[in-house]
Design a binder for this molecule. Structure first.
Ligand SMILES: Nc1nc2c(c(=O)[nH]1)N[C@H]1C(S)=C(S)[C@@H](COP(=O)(O)OP(=O)(O)OC[C@H]3O[C@@H](n4cnc5c(=O)[nH]c(N)nc54)[C@H](O)[C@@H]3O)O[C@H]1N2
Ligand SMILES: Nc1nc2c(c(=O)[nH]1)N[C@H]1C(S)=C(S)[C@@H](COP(=O)(O)OP(=O)(O)OC[C@H]3O[C@@H](n4cnc5c(=O)[nH]c(N)nc54)[C@H](O)[C@@H]3O)O[C@H]1N2
Ligand SMILES: [Mo]
Length: 815
């Protein structure tokens, strides 16, 4: 069987470049996916696995958060979903012997591709203080070590608990409960780096931090604007929805600095037309916008609509005044503001002519139902929240919220990142959520906000954090400012990673480190003798079950749920009143904080009210072992705490899906400050690029899943065999005195608010001439994270500005 992992790292000297593709998917995509799957799993397991992806009795694809179509095909997956599945369902293993053979230093020297390709983790491992190698440890000892370290903290805020977005609803719910049970809201997550800007803008203006469209709306739209997103690579199943909309006469506008293949033309491998006839042309208009020019584009659309409304006669006005009067606030201020924004500035900011901007405006004017879809191209800029507020403004002008075929569609990344937030993975939880949690579990959760991702790094850097725990993800590689983040993590006492695969976060550790291997979506999860299912929420607020079918990588592996129930059991005894030892529980080190200790006698006294926050008896009560044996018991708790989950178990039975309530979509109700959808006034911002410099966006290649590198190619962009490339406009290459194919250093220049200039360097990148606006460049993440300054974050949302890094190119041969 061809399942040997690569013996060496990517050889970057072998990069070659071909013409970028104009068509996405088609037969090459299917073949590529099958090749990777067979390499990782062999033929039989490939067939068994891929047929279960996104089926009603199967598992949810761990690839992305795009929803399933109501009518499913036999093979409801895409090339990159298949790659995500293969990556997890691989039969390659990283057993204890692997760690005996490789020291941490040796492993650290390998690239992310090599690390990820070694296979699935199988056994809990510990790195002792001063050790060079991880050694195996039993589950009990590993969990006890973690509980002891947590219990010894002077203050629960000395611990940080990160979550990546693959964690199921059940595990996420238990995780936040454990963290709040300890007494902190330090729950940073990958969302902080991803769609936080969307959440911030939408919560303020529409009263819900999620999208307002369903998959049916996608099909029924008249106009779809896809801005700052590369669905051909990152959400390939979305192309089917775009195709369907197109067949019903919808228009599609792609807004992107790069002409991404998937947006241009699509060959659907699941229809005869796609396979034989060369597919569907998707985008009717491609707006090649400057990086960070989107706020200006949406202001231009609004300006065009308002001007067109002035010019139209009263009866058939462009602007939906009835909707505005009934459902919105702030229109007058917005109207006055937009009128005075000069067209010339909108042209400068977008790099797009007034004529073309007005063409987009005309398409919007003529559309009866408009959806705006976006992803990281709109969320990872300094002014992202303002940009997204202007997206909402445009939609409100024509009443495009809460009507069929219309609305906002932030396309989420990780397959359950939205569900994790619904379950309370959030550093700024609402009081309503905490009140319900308190009532359900008889304790008092902390009210003070916790650290987000960037704040967590700062706190670690400043020595304020002693324990870091990651529930999935790859914190070291995903976060900005790699050197700073690495140093920050190394200052902690203990780092704990719950992971399926080996990654760099296992190699950059606190004084001690623990790896807890865990089951993934594809693995069969038997607890208490019963096969368990978990649930997830997709990008459109639909919740459904997911059940893995594959034999787990090793015998005594634990699911995320089991890890959390056992750890909770150590920290919070199930029923202290019945505890025969009469020992006070080991839980959150409050003893060290000078809170009055309770005697075992007092401990037994019946309690009527939940205890005060910060008192020793203050921890959640639950029958942890029962929750581990039967996940539907966890769902019952969720049902009691979170609105919209009534009859949870029944509504996910037999592969069913249910939609969570969505005020704007369901009933035009808006939980905002004014009780209405809010127009907002946002001063126009766009990046100013100094002379001789480039603005760099850091993005994904076709062969990666965030920090997991599947392969060496970015097929649609025509870049093969390597990743250390920087895509630059051919005219800039010449004007700046460089040559195509030249190997250069990328140096980022960041001016701190106090005026000091900081530089960061990423070495040895190959220049590739590419179609991108002048002064705009692109390179892959995570290699370029060293260039992103920790303090360069989006206003309001705090998201690192990964799509907006000022750099200069530097020749390497000068010395
Ligand atoms: N196969 C695969 N699937 C994935 C992932 C993966 O890594 N691999 N990651 C998952 C995750 S977590 C996420 S968040 C999503 C990410 O999905 P995307 O957001 O599509 O991912 P990126 O590669 O960051 O691409 C950003 C896109 O926005 C464009 N862009 C950049 N800056 C701007 C700008 O200022 N304005 C405009 N209009 N466009 C801009 C870029 O050219 C690019 O097309 O995908 C999810 N799905
Ligand atoms: N420069 C730059 N930086 C970025 C971005 C960018 O566009 N540019 N994008 C940002 C975005 S959008 C995101 S979402 C973050 C992603 O940040 P993360 O979510 O932290 O990173 P991933 O690479 O998705 O995490 C991969 C690891 O998750 C573990 N894993 C996979 N499945 C499971 C599972 O089921 N359970 C558990 N416990 N572990 C699992 C595996 O061990 C794997 O190594 O990166 C952000 N960073
Ligand atoms: Mo993401």
């Amino acid at each position: 069987m061809a399942t040997k992992p690569p013996a060496s790292d990517i050889d970057e000297s072998r990069v070659h470049v071909t013409r970028p593709k104009k068509v996405a998917v088609g037969i090459p995509a299917v073949l590529h996916a099958l090749q990777i799957s067979v390499d990782q799993m062999g033929v039989a397991r490939t067939a068994q696995t891929l047929l279960k992806v996104n089926q009603k009795d199967g598992f949810d694809c761990p690839g992305c958060a795009w929803p399933e179509e109501d009518k499913r095909h036999i093979a409801e997956f895409c090339e990159n979903g298949a790659k995500a599945v293969a990556e997890e369902a691989t039969i390659r293993r990283v057993p204890p012997a692997f760690f005996a053979e490789h020291s941490i230093a040796d492993l650290y020297g390998h690239d992310d591709y090599w690390l990820g390709q070694q296979g699935r983790l199988t056994h809990p491992m510990i790195l002792d203080d001063g050790a060079t190698h991880y050694r195996p440890i039993s589950w009990d000892d590993a969990l006890r070590t973690i509980a002891d370290e947590l219990s010894s903290l002077d203050d629960p805020d000395q611990a940080v608990f990160y979550t990546s977005g693959r964690t199921s609803n059940e595990a996420a719910f238990l995780y936040q409960l454990l963290v709040r049970g300890l007494g902190t809201n330090n729950l940073p997550d990958c969302s902080n780096m991803c769609h936080e800007s969307s959440g911030s803008a939408l919560t303020q203006t529409l009263g819900i931090g999620k999208g307002t469209v369903s998959i049916t709306d996608m099909h029924e739209a008249d106009l779809l604007i896809v801005a700052g997103q590369n669905p051909g690579t990152n959400h390939p199943r979305m192309l089917s929805a775009l195709e369907k909309a197109k067949e019903r006469g919808a228009k599609i506008i792609a807004v992107n600095p790069l002409p991404e293949a998937g947006l241009m033309r699509f060959e659907n491998p699941q229809t005869p037309k796609g396979m034989v006839l060369g597919g569907t042309k998707l985008a009717d208009q491609f707006v090649q916008i400057r990086l960070g020019g989107d706020q200006a584009l949406f202001q231009a659309i609004a300006k065009h609509l308002i001007e067109a409304d002035d010019a139209s006669d009263e009866a058939e006005g462009v602007i939906d005044r009835a909707f505005i009067a009934a459902h919105t606030s702030g229109f007058a201020e917005f109207d006055a503001f937009i009128r005075q924004v000069p067209w010339s500035e909108l042209v400068t900011a977008t790099g797009v002519s007034e004529k073309e901007l007005r063409e987009v405006g005309e398409s919007v004017r003529l559309s009866k139902a408009t959806i705006v879809c976006w992803a990281m191209g709109l969320t990872q800029h300094k002014h992202s929240v303002a940009t997204l507020r202007d997206v909402v403004n445009v939609l409100l002008l024509q009443g495009n919220i809460g009507r069929p075929g219309a609305g906002v569609c932030p396309v989420r990344g990780h397959s359950n990142v939205q569900g994790d937030r619904t379950m309370g993975i959030y550093e700024k939880p609402s009081t309503a959520f905490l009140d319900a949690l308190d009532a359900e579990f008889g304790f008092s959760a902390p009210r003070e906000h916790g650290y987000d991702t960037v704040e967590a790094i700062r706190a670690m850097r400043d020595g304020k954090v002693r324990v870091f725990m990651g529930m999935g993800g790859n914190f070291v590689s995903a976060t900005p400012d790699t050197a700073v983040t690495e140093a920050a993590l190394r200052r902690t006492e203990l780092t704990v990673q719950v992971s399926t695969k080996l990654n760099r976060s296992h190699l950059v550790t606190g004084r001690r480190a623990i790896i807890l291997p865990t089951l993934g979506r594809t693995d069969r999860d038997v607890r208490g003798g019963v096969e368990q299912r978990v649930t997830v929420e997709d990008s459109m607020g639909a919740v459904h079950g997911s059940r893995g079918r594959l034999v787990p990588p090793a015998e005594d592996m634990l699911s995320e749920v089991a890890i959390l129930t056992r750890l909770s059991g150590l920290l919070f005894p199930p029923d202290p009143l019945a505890d025969p030892s009469g020992q006070p529980p080991v839980h959150n080190g409050n003893h060290d904080r000078g809170y009055p200790e309770r005697s075992p006698q007092e401990e037994r006294e019946p309690k009527t009210d939940p205890p005060e926050a910060g008192t020793p008896a203050n921890y959640p009560r639950a029958d942890w072992a029962a929750l581990e044996r039967d996940y539907s018991q966890i769902r019952l708790h969720i049902e009691h705490v979170i609105p919209g989950f009534e009859e949870y178990d029944r509504r996910i039975a037999k592969g069913r899906t249910f939609y969570l309530p969505n005020g704007p979509r369901d009933e035009l109700s808006f939980a905002t400050e004014t009780g209405k959808a809010m127009f907002t006034v946002n001063d126009l911002e766009y990046p100013i690029i100094p002379e001789g410099r480039l603005l760099l966006q850091t993005l994904r290649s076709h062969d990666q899943y965030n920090t997991t590198i599947y392969g060496k190619d970015d097929r649609y962009r025509g870049i093969h065999g390597g990743r250390r490339v920087v895509m630059v406009n051919a005219d800039d290459i010449a004007a700046l005195g460089f040559a195509e194919d030249e190997i250069v250093d990328l140096v980022s220049e960041w001016r701190r608010p106090d005026g000091t200039l900081e530089e960061r360097r990423a070495e040895e990148f190959r220049i590739v001439a590419y179609s991108t606006p002048r002064a705009n460049a692109a390179a892959y993440y995570p290699e370029t994270n060293v260039l992103v300054p920790l303090d360069s974050t989006a206003d309001v949302s705090g998201t690192p500005t990964s799509k907006s890094v000022i750099i200069r190119l530097e020749h390497r041969d000068v010395a």
